[in-house]
Design a protein around this ligand. Sequence first.
Ligand code: SAH
Length: 266
Amino acid sequence: MARPPERPGFPARIDLGPRPALAKRPAPGVPPASAAARVPAPAALPGAARDPIPARARMVQALAASGIHDPEVLRAMGAVDRHRFVDHALVAQAYEDTALPIGLGQTISKPSVVARMVELLMQGVARGADGRPGRVLDIGTGCGYQALVLAQLASEVYSVERLRELHEKARANLRPLRVPNVHLIVGDGMQGFASGAPYAGIVSAAGGDKVPEAWIDQLAYGGRIVAPTVQAGGAQALVVIDKTRQAIRQTVLEGVHFVPLKSGVS
Ligand code: SAH
């Protein structure tokens, strides 16, 4: 029997897979027991009703129901084919709210975590005269999914990965999509990426003990960093850093579980 293609093209069999928990409909007459009942109807989300990938439209509805309010972020999440970034065996789970392995012990983050971080970034990012964020630095390219989500929102995305094999994987994932505003770099993201600085925003998918000084230096005034950071006690939390000419303000938010931020390239 012929082997299935590595990267299934549309329409793939995604919609046959298990559905996101939030998309379940309560039986008629049963009072709502969860957020499921508050999922807005597809028509409430621009474009969702026409999404050719129903599982993706349901994922966007679940994100909206779970507290992602920025319509631009929801649009970006609905515009990217997450199934193109996971291995063939995992395609059926591509639009579930789970982290999935991408090789070398790394994972593609849950859609809800990607959306949360991108929304936090967009709320505090420096914007140009056209109202759009300019250059954004994405630390930890992994398979390239989050870089492509960011590319829907910012004018340029610089994405750094320390593992060459994953960098190549991201390159292969993005190549057929011909995305002109994503720049993939192999490097130690702990140093940031000075050539693209200053950045309107910086977002990291890997968590260190503290936010590296290089990121703060390379952030534009009026810009924001969103990064998981290990707190006293050893657990990670999302940290937001806002930089103005007057001050660097840090806010610690909810607990998260990201892969560790490591130095060096391999
Ligand atoms: N945003 C990615 C998530 C990948 S997981 C996606 O959408 O798939 C986080 C990634 O951060 C891993 O690939 C890991 O190798 C990478 N990473 C960890 N430390 C890093 C560093 N110092 N510089 C660049 N990448 C790093």
